[in-house]
Design a protein. Structure first.
Length: 319
């Protein structure tokens, strides 16, 4: 097995690296990586329905989509991500417990007992410390998960806090759980770099495992995948299953009601009502919103065609 540590905290690069290694290598792989503040949604989720869009924008939190299913997770400098990529002979060989077992064993060496849950999470004392997901490509499986080590749990909670029933679709929805940091359960304190090195060392001590560093060719191909897919709006937002959006907000004592029907991230139909806008402005907005992206910047530009001053509060009525 090849053991890899990605010395790159760009979330798009790291997610692209997983796909590249899954589809272009024959070796079994264990990889650790970290990324800057990022909300990562599952492949089949509606990204806007899974994030606190205003908080995410205001705090410069990256939004990214991964190739595996499952729910939304939050990455920051206090979180460590692990990935296993393995060749399998049949689907019967694939199980979440098989891939979380090495992680549980490593934590046990630190005196921490982690258990699995029915939702494919890892728990310590009933609190979630790891969310896991998988993706199968031909005869290879990618299993990856988070390890909350000393993450900012307040930021995590705010970034994925949503208002139910704003977004209605058949998209996979996340199950919210009470979370905790691994570091708070350790008897002997380790900083996160020591924790990462410990996890790598545990794997390298196993027979046949060797360290591998991405070469120039690997890096260039991953960067190409970032540009062609992982950094694109079409993948991160446009890939969301079709949905309807409904919101009603009061601004300066006046009401704005917004109803949108969205497919592949594009607004197919818009119905604005309430007494904030005049009837003339409402008619113009309903027409101009059609065939536009359900994206802050696009909505903002459209609102500027009917309002002299467009506040962020007004734009966020549409999210």
């Amino acid at each position: 097995m090849l053991c890899i540590y990605l010395n790159n905290t760009n979330p798009y690069f790291c997610l692209a690296a997983e796909e590249y290694l899954l589809k272009n290598f024959d070796d079994d792989i264990f990889m650790l990586w970290q990324s800057e503040n990022t909300v990562v949604v599952g492949k089949h989720q509606n990204v806007l329905g899974e994030i606190n869009y205003s908080f995410v924008r205001e705090n410069n939190i990256t939004v990214a989509r991964r190739i595996s299913g499952g729910g939304t997770v939050f990455h920051d400098a206090g979180n460590v991500n692990f990935s296993f990529i393995k060749k399998v002979k049949s689907p019967a060989e694939i199980s979440f417990k098989q891939f979380t077992k090495p992680v549980r064993e490593a934590l046990a060496k630190l005196g921490v007992k982690a258990t699995t849950s029915g939702r494919n999470d890892l728990l310590i004392n009933g609190k979630k410390i790891s969310g896991n997901a998988e993706h199968i490509f031909k005869n290879r499986v990618l299993h990856h998960g988070t390890l909350l080590y000393n993450s900012d749990l307040k930021n995590l909670g705010e970034a994925i806090k949503v208002i139910p029933e704003k977004y209605i679709s058949k998209a996979v929805q996340s199950n919210r759980s009470e979370v905790a940091n691994i570091s708070s359960f350790l008897k002997s304190k380790l900083d996160i770099s020591e924790f990462i090195q410990f996890l790598i060392d545990v794997q390298l001590k196993k027979e046949g495992n060797t360290f591998y560093e991405l070469n120039e060719n690997d890096n260039e191909k991953i960067k190409t995948l970032v540009l062609e897919k992982f950094k694109n709006w079409e993948w991160n937002f446009g890939y969301s299953p079709k949905y309807s959006f409904k919101n009603e907000v009061e601004i300066e004592g006046k009401t704005i009601s917004v109803e949108l029907k969205v497919k592949k991230g594009i607004i197919e139909d818009a119905v604005i009502s309430g007494d904030y806008f005049s009837e003339k402005k409402i008619t113009k907005l309903n027409t101009q919103l059609q065939n536009k992206r359900h994206l802050f910047e696009d909505i903002q530009e459209i609102l500027k065609t009917v309002e002299l001053r467009v506040s962020e509060e007004l734009v966020f009525c549409f999210f």
